[in-house]
Design a protein around this ligand. Structure first.
Ligand SMILES: Cc1cc2nc3c(=O)[nH]c(=O)nc-3n(C[C@H](O)[C@H](O)[C@H](O)COP(=O)(O)O)c2cc1C
Length: 344
């Protein structure tokens, strides 16, 4: 893939929610791999601050990532009460103030992108849907390469039709939010990362970056040999010293390796993969508000869980390969991955 030619073919995945600090992104980019910011929930001021900080630490290429939020209606009083009663009835009690759903329900993408047009990171990626054509054209006119997540062939075709530069193919092993265009995940082919690569490779002209369950240098080589232009690794970087991952989240990844991961809508209203904990088990099959309203509603609980160092009520996003995560500075992790690639 031309746009990646000068880089180590590893992208540290964008991870919204405080994980992708300027220190992490810069440390990754300084190795010649690509560091990514997950800016989904950030306002323009924070985005500008983070990009400025990263620029002071690296002059290499970085990626900035955003969610494509779908319009959502305010819930009925009845649905709101069901959802809040359910959360307030959990063993970890975090009161939710009444009418706690400040509108607008999510940040306006056009506002979030203002600092992007000034800082012009080399890559701009979108998750959970397609950006509008004019955003894509503006980015490309500034020399920014644009990628979009696909979880199935139909989404990949739409990305190609839009004119994006590359596809991030997200397999079912991936940690965090499933990038399906549909909020409820209808049409999700739930393919493994390898299966998805195979399907897309046969049909798509665009470079494919594989994401989901990629944890070692030999995994990377296997994907590159099968036609991936690069890999995007999230879980692998969660325990890096520079990552803003909460200490308990890191501890669970490193010490609860016997646990399974589960897809849950309980934290945010959208399917996302987390290490199983009390919350994901208690919320199985329970009613939730639409994304991202449920995310706002659970924020008091998640904050309390972080403050009280309780991993059972935090969103412990992680992919199925989390048992292989390493607690290292990012540059050392990348150097180990490269050495494993050379050995395999
Ligand atoms: C903690 C966490 C947060 C994530 N947040 C985002 C995000 O903000 N934007 C995005 O495109 N992908 C996000 N993802 C998904 C990653 O881009 C990628 O698909 C995934 O990490 C790959 O699978 P792996 O975790 O097994 O490496 C997130 C993943 C994790 C683990």
């Amino acid at each position: 893939m031309k746009i990646l030619e000068t880089h180590i073919p590893i992208i540290q995945a964008p991870m919204a929610g405080g994980v992708t600090t300027p220190e992490l992104v810069a440390a990754v980019s300084n190795t010649g791999a690509i560091g990514s910011f997950g800016f989904a929930y950030s306002n323009a001021e924070k985005i500008n601050t983070d990009l400025s900080k990263a620029r002071k630490l690296t002059s290499n290429s970085i990626n900035a990532n955003f969610f494509i939020f779908s319009e959502v209606d305010a819930p009925s009083n009845k649905d709101y009460k069901i959802a809040t009663d359910l959360l307030e009835g959990l063993p970890l009690y975090a009161p939710i103030s009444s009418q706690y759903l400040p509108s607008p329900f999510f940040p306006a993408l056009e506002d979030q992108l203002e600092p992007i047009w000034q800082h012009k990171p080399k890559f701009l990626t979108f998750h959970l849907g397609l950006p509008s054509g004019h955003i894509l054209q503006k980015a490309q006119s500034l020399g920014i390469h644009v990628g979009v997540t696909a979880t199935c062939l139909e989404e990949a075709k739409a990305i190609q039709e839009l004119g994006a530069d590359f596809i991030v193919a997200q397999g079912i092993e991936a940690g965090g939010h499933r990038g399906t265009f549909s909020v409820e995940g209808e049409g999700d082919s739930k393919l493994s990362t390898f299966q998805l690569l195979k399907v897309l490779k046969d049909e798509s002209m665009l470079p494919i970056i594989c994401a989901g369950g990629i944890m070692t240098g030999s995994d990377i080589v296997a994907y590159l040999n099968s036609g991936a232009a690069a890999v995007q690794m999230g879980t692998s970087f969660l325990c890096c010293h520079e990552a803003g991952t909460t200490p308990i989240h890191k501890k669970y990844i490193l010490e609860k390796r016997h646990r399974e991961t589960v897809y849950t809508q309980g934290f945010s209203g959208r399917w996302a993969q987390s290490i199983r904990n009390e919350f994901t088990s208690l919320m199985e099959g329970k009613p939730v508000l639409s994304f991202p309203l449920q995310n706002t509603l659970t924020s008091a609980l998640r904050k309390l869980a972080v403050q009280s160092e309780n991993g059972e009520y935090q969103s412990l996003w992680a992919g199925r390969g989390f048992g292989k995560a390493r607690a290292l500075p990012a540059a050392e992790l990348i150097s180990e991955l490269i050495s494993e690639m050379n050995d395999s």
